[in-house]
Design a protein around this ligand. Structure first.
Ligand SMILES: CCCCCCCCCC/C=C/CC(=O)SCCNC(=O)CCNC(=O)[C@H](O)C(C)(C)COP(=O)(O)OP(=O)(O)OC[C@H]1O[C@@H](n2cnc3c(N)ncnc32)[C@H](O)[C@@H]1OP(=O)(O)O
Length: 355
Protein backbone atom coordinates (compact mmCIF):
# COMPACT_ATOMS: atom_id res chain seq x y z
CA UNK A 1 0.00 0.00 0.00
CA UNK A 2 1.20 3.42 -0.73
CA UNK A 3 -0.25 6.78 0.13
CA UNK A 4 0.76 10.36 -0.32
CA UNK A 5 0.55 13.01 2.33
CA UNK A 6 0.41 16.70 1.65
CA UNK A 7 2.56 18.50 4.14
CA UNK A 8 1.01 21.78 5.27
CA UNK A 9 4.37 23.41 5.88
CA UNK A 10 6.10 22.60 2.61
CA UNK A 11 4.86 21.76 -0.82
CA UNK A 12 6.70 18.43 -0.83
CA UNK A 13 4.70 15.23 -0.92
CA UNK A 14 5.68 12.34 1.26
CA UNK A 15 5.40 8.86 -0.14
CA UNK A 16 4.52 6.47 2.64
CA UNK A 17 5.13 2.89 1.53
CA UNK A 18 3.74 0.17 3.70
CA UNK A 19 4.37 2.34 6.69
CA UNK A 20 2.63 -0.05 9.09
CA UNK A 21 5.40 -2.57 8.61
CA UNK A 22 8.25 -0.11 8.95
CA UNK A 23 7.88 0.91 12.56
CA UNK A 24 11.54 1.38 13.47
CA UNK A 25 12.34 3.10 10.20
CA UNK A 26 9.49 5.56 10.06
CA UNK A 27 11.47 8.66 10.94
CA UNK A 28 14.17 7.62 8.48
CA UNK A 29 11.61 7.04 5.76
CA UNK A 30 10.01 10.41 6.27
CA UNK A 31 13.36 12.06 6.25
CA UNK A 32 14.25 10.26 3.06
CA UNK A 33 11.17 11.66 1.44
CA UNK A 34 12.70 15.10 1.78
CA UNK A 35 10.50 16.28 4.57
CA UNK A 36 12.03 18.38 7.33
CA UNK A 37 11.43 16.32 10.44
CA UNK A 38 10.95 17.42 14.02
CA UNK A 39 12.72 14.94 16.21
CA UNK A 40 10.51 14.88 19.23
CA UNK A 41 7.26 14.70 17.40
CA UNK A 42 8.36 12.06 14.95
CA UNK A 43 9.86 9.85 17.60
CA UNK A 44 6.78 10.19 19.76
CA UNK A 45 4.49 8.95 16.97
CA UNK A 46 4.49 5.25 16.16
CA UNK A 47 4.62 4.28 12.50
CA UNK A 48 1.20 2.65 12.82
CA UNK A 49 -0.15 5.88 14.25
CA UNK A 50 1.39 7.97 11.46
CA UNK A 51 0.04 5.60 8.81
CA UNK A 52 -3.46 5.73 10.26
CA UNK A 53 -3.52 9.52 10.35
CA UNK A 54 -1.95 9.65 6.89
CA UNK A 55 -4.83 7.73 5.39
CA UNK A 56 -7.38 10.06 6.94
CA UNK A 57 -6.08 13.59 6.81
CA UNK A 58 -3.11 15.79 5.94
CA UNK A 59 -0.32 15.01 8.38
CA UNK A 60 1.19 17.80 10.41
CA UNK A 61 4.51 16.40 11.50
CA UNK A 62 5.84 19.44 13.23
CA UNK A 63 5.41 23.10 13.65
CA UNK A 64 8.50 25.01 12.59
CA UNK A 65 7.76 27.68 15.20
CA UNK A 66 8.40 25.40 18.14
CA UNK A 67 11.23 23.23 16.76
CA UNK A 68 14.59 23.90 18.35
CA UNK A 69 16.20 22.99 15.06
CA UNK A 70 14.74 23.16 11.57
CA UNK A 71 16.15 21.13 8.69
CA UNK A 72 15.61 20.53 5.02
CA UNK A 73 17.37 18.56 2.30
CA UNK A 74 17.89 19.25 -1.40
CA UNK A 75 18.84 15.94 -2.92
CA UNK A 76 19.44 17.35 -6.42
CA UNK A 77 22.45 19.30 -5.18
CA UNK A 78 23.34 17.00 -2.27
CA UNK A 79 23.00 19.90 0.19
CA UNK A 80 21.00 20.12 3.43
CA UNK A 81 20.34 22.92 5.89
CA UNK A 82 20.27 22.58 9.65
CA UNK A 83 19.24 25.79 11.34
CA UNK A 84 19.19 26.53 15.05
CA UNK A 85 15.84 27.94 16.05
CA UNK A 86 15.81 28.72 19.76
CA UNK A 87 14.79 32.34 20.36
CA UNK A 88 15.90 34.77 21.51
CA UNK A 89 19.62 33.98 21.00
CA UNK A 90 20.10 30.30 20.08
CA UNK A 91 21.86 29.85 23.39
CA UNK A 92 22.81 26.20 23.72
CA UNK A 93 20.64 24.37 26.23
CA UNK A 94 20.74 20.61 26.81
CA UNK A 95 17.71 20.23 24.54
CA UNK A 96 19.11 22.36 21.71
CA UNK A 97 22.40 20.43 21.81
CA UNK A 98 20.54 17.14 21.60
CA UNK A 99 18.39 18.40 18.74
CA UNK A 100 21.48 19.48 16.77
CA UNK A 101 23.14 16.06 17.20
CA UNK A 102 19.99 14.12 16.33
CA UNK A 103 19.25 16.20 13.24
CA UNK A 104 22.81 15.96 11.99
CA UNK A 105 22.71 12.18 12.30
CA UNK A 106 19.43 12.06 10.40
CA UNK A 107 20.86 14.17 7.61
CA UNK A 108 23.95 11.94 7.49
CA UNK A 109 21.73 8.89 7.08
CA UNK A 110 20.63 10.16 3.65
CA UNK A 111 23.27 8.90 1.18
CA UNK A 112 22.27 11.55 -1.37
CA UNK A 113 23.39 14.34 0.94
CA UNK A 114 27.07 15.34 1.02
CA UNK A 115 27.02 18.80 2.61
CA UNK A 116 25.15 20.60 5.32
CA UNK A 117 24.85 24.32 6.02
CA UNK A 118 24.74 25.10 9.73
CA UNK A 119 22.63 28.24 10.06
CA UNK A 120 20.40 30.24 12.37
CA UNK A 121 16.82 31.33 11.97
CA UNK A 122 17.80 34.51 13.82
CA UNK A 123 19.23 37.02 11.32
CA UNK A 124 21.45 38.78 13.89
CA UNK A 125 22.63 35.98 16.19
CA UNK A 126 24.20 32.73 14.99
CA UNK A 127 24.42 31.38 18.55
CA UNK A 128 25.06 33.15 21.87
CA UNK A 129 27.04 30.13 23.11
CA UNK A 130 26.07 28.14 26.16
CA UNK A 131 22.78 29.00 27.76
CA UNK A 132 24.27 30.67 30.81
CA UNK A 133 21.20 29.87 32.86
CA UNK A 134 22.25 26.18 32.59
CA UNK A 135 25.39 27.11 34.52
CA UNK A 136 23.83 28.95 37.45
CA UNK A 137 22.95 26.88 40.53
CA UNK A 138 22.76 23.77 38.35
CA UNK A 139 21.43 20.40 39.51
CA UNK A 140 23.97 17.59 40.04
CA UNK A 141 22.09 15.47 37.56
CA UNK A 142 21.60 17.94 34.73
CA UNK A 143 25.02 19.66 34.66
CA UNK A 144 27.07 16.63 33.48
CA UNK A 145 24.32 15.67 31.05
CA UNK A 146 24.36 19.20 29.67
CA UNK A 147 28.14 19.23 29.22
CA UNK A 148 28.04 15.80 27.60
CA UNK A 149 25.51 17.05 25.09
CA UNK A 150 27.84 19.90 24.13
CA UNK A 151 30.83 17.55 23.78
CA UNK A 152 28.63 15.38 21.58
CA UNK A 153 27.67 18.26 19.31
CA UNK A 154 31.36 19.03 18.86
CA UNK A 155 32.21 15.38 18.10
CA UNK A 156 29.29 15.03 15.69
CA UNK A 157 30.04 18.23 13.81
CA UNK A 158 33.82 17.99 13.77
CA UNK A 159 33.74 14.33 12.77
CA UNK A 160 30.78 14.47 10.40
CA UNK A 161 31.05 12.59 7.10
CA UNK A 162 29.31 15.62 5.60
CA UNK A 163 31.08 18.76 4.48
CA UNK A 164 29.89 21.37 6.95
CA UNK A 165 29.52 25.06 6.10
CA UNK A 166 28.69 27.62 8.80
CA UNK A 167 26.49 30.50 7.63
CA UNK A 168 27.26 33.03 10.36
CA UNK A 169 24.67 35.79 10.02
CA UNK A 170 25.42 37.42 13.34
CA UNK A 171 27.09 37.08 16.73
CA UNK A 172 28.92 33.85 17.53
CA UNK A 173 30.57 34.12 20.96
CA UNK A 174 32.12 31.23 22.94
CA UNK A 175 30.38 27.92 22.22
CA UNK A 176 28.67 29.69 19.29
CA UNK A 177 32.14 30.20 17.87
CA UNK A 178 32.97 26.55 18.65
CA UNK A 179 30.07 25.42 16.43
CA UNK A 180 31.45 27.50 13.57
CA UNK A 181 35.05 26.36 14.09
CA UNK A 182 33.94 22.73 14.08
CA UNK A 183 32.67 23.19 10.51
CA UNK A 184 34.75 22.84 7.34
CA UNK A 185 34.08 26.35 6.06
CA UNK A 186 32.88 29.59 7.65
CA UNK A 187 31.13 32.50 5.99
CA UNK A 188 30.32 35.54 8.11
CA UNK A 189 28.13 38.53 7.44
CA UNK A 190 30.07 41.81 7.49
CA UNK A 191 27.40 43.57 9.53
CA UNK A 192 25.25 46.60 8.94
CA UNK A 193 27.48 49.61 9.61
CA UNK A 194 30.17 50.11 12.24
CA UNK A 195 27.69 50.25 15.11
CA UNK A 196 26.11 46.89 14.44
CA UNK A 197 29.06 44.65 13.82
CA UNK A 198 28.60 41.00 14.73
CA UNK A 199 31.51 39.36 16.51
CA UNK A 200 32.96 35.88 16.81
CA UNK A 201 35.46 34.39 19.26
CA UNK A 202 36.06 32.76 22.61
CA UNK A 203 35.16 35.40 25.19
CA UNK A 204 35.09 33.02 28.16
CA UNK A 205 37.83 34.78 30.17
CA UNK A 206 35.65 37.89 30.20
CA UNK A 207 33.07 35.85 32.09
CA UNK A 208 35.66 34.67 34.61
CA UNK A 209 35.83 31.18 33.11
CA UNK A 210 38.21 29.55 30.64
CA UNK A 211 37.41 27.72 27.43
CA UNK A 212 37.88 23.99 27.99
CA UNK A 213 41.03 22.46 26.43
CA UNK A 214 39.26 20.97 23.39
CA UNK A 215 37.65 24.32 22.53
CA UNK A 216 40.89 26.19 23.03
CA UNK A 217 42.75 23.68 20.86
CA UNK A 218 40.14 24.11 18.14
CA UNK A 219 41.07 27.79 17.97
CA UNK A 220 44.79 26.89 17.99
CA UNK A 221 44.26 24.51 15.06
CA UNK A 222 42.28 27.16 13.20
CA UNK A 223 44.39 30.31 13.57
CA UNK A 224 47.75 29.07 14.91
CA UNK A 225 49.36 28.96 18.33
CA UNK A 226 50.39 32.53 19.11
CA UNK A 227 47.28 34.37 17.81
CA UNK A 228 45.07 31.78 19.55
CA UNK A 229 47.00 32.04 22.82
CA UNK A 230 46.46 35.79 22.87
CA UNK A 231 42.82 35.67 21.76
CA UNK A 232 41.98 33.04 24.40
CA UNK A 233 43.66 34.95 27.22
CA UNK A 234 42.02 38.25 26.31
CA UNK A 235 38.65 36.72 25.44
CA UNK A 236 38.80 38.45 22.07
CA UNK A 237 35.61 38.82 20.09
CA UNK A 238 36.61 39.51 16.48
CA UNK A 239 34.50 41.76 14.26
CA UNK A 240 34.15 40.36 10.71
CA UNK A 241 37.16 41.93 8.98
CA UNK A 242 39.46 41.03 11.89
CA UNK A 243 38.03 37.53 12.00
CA UNK A 244 38.86 37.18 8.31
CA UNK A 245 42.40 38.52 8.75
CA UNK A 246 43.07 36.21 11.67
CA UNK A 247 41.62 33.18 9.82
CA UNK A 248 38.77 32.65 12.29
CA UNK A 249 36.42 32.75 9.28
CA UNK A 250 37.11 31.96 5.61
CA UNK A 251 34.92 34.56 3.99
CA UNK A 252 33.11 37.78 4.90
CA UNK A 253 30.14 38.97 2.87
CA UNK A 254 29.45 42.68 2.93
CA UNK A 255 26.87 43.05 0.17
CA UNK A 256 23.23 43.57 1.08
CA UNK A 257 20.47 41.14 0.23
CA UNK A 258 18.97 41.64 -3.19
CA UNK A 259 15.23 41.78 -3.73
CA UNK A 260 15.31 38.68 -5.93
CA UNK A 261 15.05 35.39 -4.15
CA UNK A 262 17.27 32.52 -5.19
CA UNK A 263 15.30 29.60 -6.65
CA UNK A 264 17.54 26.87 -5.23
CA UNK A 265 17.46 28.46 -1.78
CA UNK A 266 13.68 28.55 -1.97
CA UNK A 267 13.71 24.79 -2.32
CA UNK A 268 16.56 24.23 0.11
CA UNK A 269 15.66 26.45 3.05
CA UNK A 270 13.19 25.28 5.69
CA UNK A 271 10.05 27.33 6.20
CA UNK A 272 11.51 29.29 9.13
CA UNK A 273 14.34 30.51 6.87
CA UNK A 274 12.35 31.43 3.78
CA UNK A 275 13.03 35.13 4.50
CA UNK A 276 16.70 34.38 3.80
CA UNK A 277 16.34 33.30 0.16
CA UNK A 278 18.02 36.47 -1.09
CA UNK A 279 20.55 36.62 1.70
CA UNK A 280 24.11 36.80 0.29
CA UNK A 281 25.56 34.77 3.19
CA UNK A 282 23.12 31.97 2.45
CA UNK A 283 23.76 32.17 -1.28
CA UNK A 284 27.50 31.92 -0.72
CA UNK A 285 27.05 29.14 1.84
CA UNK A 286 25.00 27.18 -0.68
CA UNK A 287 27.63 27.67 -3.42
CA UNK A 288 30.37 26.49 -1.10
CA UNK A 289 28.33 23.52 0.15
CA UNK A 290 27.47 22.49 -3.43
CA UNK A 291 31.12 22.75 -4.38
CA UNK A 292 32.13 20.36 -1.55
CA UNK A 293 29.26 18.05 -2.53
CA UNK A 294 30.83 17.51 -5.98
CA UNK A 295 34.09 16.12 -4.57
CA UNK A 296 34.17 12.28 -4.50
CA UNK A 297 32.94 11.65 -0.95
CA UNK A 298 35.40 8.89 -0.02
CA UNK A 299 38.33 11.15 -0.87
CA UNK A 300 36.83 14.15 0.86
CA UNK A 301 36.09 12.18 4.04
CA UNK A 302 39.53 10.55 4.01
CA UNK A 303 41.18 13.96 3.79
CA UNK A 304 39.07 15.17 6.72
CA UNK A 305 40.20 12.19 8.76
CA UNK A 306 43.82 13.10 8.12
CA UNK A 307 43.40 16.44 9.85
CA UNK A 308 40.75 15.60 12.47
CA UNK A 309 41.00 12.02 13.68
CA UNK A 310 43.80 12.60 16.22
CA UNK A 311 41.97 15.39 18.03
CA UNK A 312 38.71 13.45 17.96
CA UNK A 313 40.43 10.43 19.51
CA UNK A 314 41.94 12.66 22.16
CA UNK A 315 38.52 14.14 22.87
CA UNK A 316 37.00 10.67 23.32
CA UNK A 317 39.80 9.69 25.69
CA UNK A 318 39.58 12.77 27.86
CA UNK A 319 35.83 13.22 27.74
CA UNK A 320 35.00 11.99 31.23
CA UNK A 321 37.79 13.98 32.86
CA UNK A 322 36.66 17.02 30.95
CA UNK A 323 33.12 16.63 32.31
CA UNK A 324 34.43 16.28 35.86
CA UNK A 325 36.63 19.37 35.52
CA UNK A 326 33.77 21.32 34.03
CA UNK A 327 31.31 20.40 36.78
CA UNK A 328 33.87 21.08 39.51
CA UNK A 329 34.83 24.40 37.97
CA UNK A 330 31.32 25.67 37.29
CA UNK A 331 29.99 24.81 40.74
CA UNK A 332 32.90 26.57 42.46
CA UNK A 333 31.63 29.42 44.62
CA UNK A 334 33.79 32.10 42.97
CA UNK A 335 32.77 31.00 39.47
CA UNK A 336 29.11 30.98 40.46
CA UNK A 337 29.45 34.54 41.74
CA UNK A 338 31.12 35.68 38.50
CA UNK A 339 28.45 34.01 36.40
CA UNK A 340 25.65 35.58 38.40
CA UNK A 341 27.20 39.02 37.98
CA UNK A 342 27.56 38.41 34.26
CA UNK A 343 23.93 37.36 33.85
CA UNK A 344 22.79 40.34 35.88
CA UNK A 345 24.72 42.64 33.52
CA UNK A 346 23.25 40.84 30.52
CA UNK A 347 19.74 41.32 31.85
CA UNK A 348 20.32 45.02 32.63
CA UNK A 349 21.60 45.51 29.10
CA UNK A 350 18.52 43.77 27.74
CA UNK A 351 16.22 45.96 29.85
CA UNK A 352 18.05 49.13 28.82
CA UNK A 353 17.72 48.13 25.17
CA UNK A 354 13.99 47.55 25.52
CA UNK A 355 13.25 50.81 27.38
C1 LIG B 1 41.35 22.17 33.18
C2 LIG B 1 40.30 23.13 33.56
C3 LIG B 1 39.06 22.78 32.82
C4 LIG B 1 38.06 23.82 33.14
C5 LIG B 1 36.88 23.64 32.28
C6 LIG B 1 35.94 24.77 32.54
C7 LIG B 1 35.10 24.88 31.44
C8 LIG B 1 34.19 26.06 31.52
C9 LIG B 1 33.73 26.24 30.14
C10 LIG B 1 32.63 27.14 29.98
C11 LIG B 1 32.39 27.35 28.55
C12 LIG B 1 31.62 28.29 28.17
C13 LIG B 1 31.29 28.53 26.77
C14 LIG B 1 30.14 29.50 26.59
O1 LIG B 1 29.52 29.45 25.57
S1 LIG B 1 29.74 30.60 27.82
C15 LIG B 1 28.48 31.64 27.12
C16 LIG B 1 29.11 32.82 26.52
N1 LIG B 1 28.15 33.64 25.84
C17 LIG B 1 28.11 34.94 26.00
O2 LIG B 1 28.86 35.51 26.76
C18 LIG B 1 27.10 35.67 25.17
C19 LIG B 1 26.25 36.57 25.96
N2 LIG B 1 25.35 37.29 25.07
C20 LIG B 1 25.71 38.37 24.37
O3 LIG B 1 26.83 38.83 24.39
C21 LIG B 1 24.65 38.99 23.51
O4 LIG B 1 23.41 38.52 23.93
C22 LIG B 1 24.81 38.71 22.00
C23 LIG B 1 24.91 37.22 21.68
C24 LIG B 1 26.05 39.44 21.47
C25 LIG B 1 23.57 39.26 21.26
O5 LIG B 1 23.41 40.62 21.60
P1 LIG B 1 22.03 41.33 21.29
O6 LIG B 1 22.19 42.73 21.75
O7 LIG B 1 21.64 41.12 19.89
O8 LIG B 1 20.94 40.55 22.16
P2 LIG B 1 20.70 40.61 23.73
O9 LIG B 1 21.96 40.77 24.45
O10 LIG B 1 19.62 41.60 24.00
O11 LIG B 1 20.18 39.13 23.99
C26 LIG B 1 18.89 38.72 23.59
C27 LIG B 1 18.31 37.86 24.68
O12 LIG B 1 19.07 36.65 24.75
C28 LIG B 1 19.53 36.44 26.09
N3 LIG B 1 20.87 35.79 26.00
C29 LIG B 1 21.89 36.21 25.27
N4 LIG B 1 22.94 35.38 25.41
C30 LIG B 1 22.55 34.40 26.24
C31 LIG B 1 23.20 33.26 26.77
N5 LIG B 1 24.45 32.92 26.43
N6 LIG B 1 22.51 32.48 27.61
C32 LIG B 1 21.24 32.78 27.95
N7 LIG B 1 20.57 33.88 27.48
C33 LIG B 1 21.22 34.66 26.63
C34 LIG B 1 19.62 37.84 26.67
O13 LIG B 1 19.58 37.80 28.07
C35 LIG B 1 18.40 38.48 26.08
O14 LIG B 1 17.29 38.02 26.81
P3 LIG B 1 16.07 38.98 27.11
O15 LIG B 1 15.45 39.27 25.77
O16 LIG B 1 15.20 38.18 28.00
O17 LIG B 1 16.63 40.23 27.77
Amino acid sequence: MSSTVDSPISSSKIQIHQLDRLAPRSAFLLFYAGHPPHQTMISSLSARHIARIARQQPLRLFSSQDSLVVTNVHEESGVAVLAMNRPPANSLSLELNEAISTSLKQIESNPKIQSVILASSNPTIFSAGLDITELISPSDERLPKFWNSLQQVYIDLYGSRLATVAAIQGHAPAAGCMLALACDYRIMHGGHGEEHLPTIGFNETQLGIAAPPWMGQLMVRTIGFRPAERALALGTLFPPSEALNAGVVDDVITEQSSSESNEVLKALLPEALQSQTSNPVMIKAYEEAACYAKIPPQARVASKLVTRSESLKEMQMTREDDTQHFCGFITHEVVQKNLMKYVEKMKQRGKAKKS
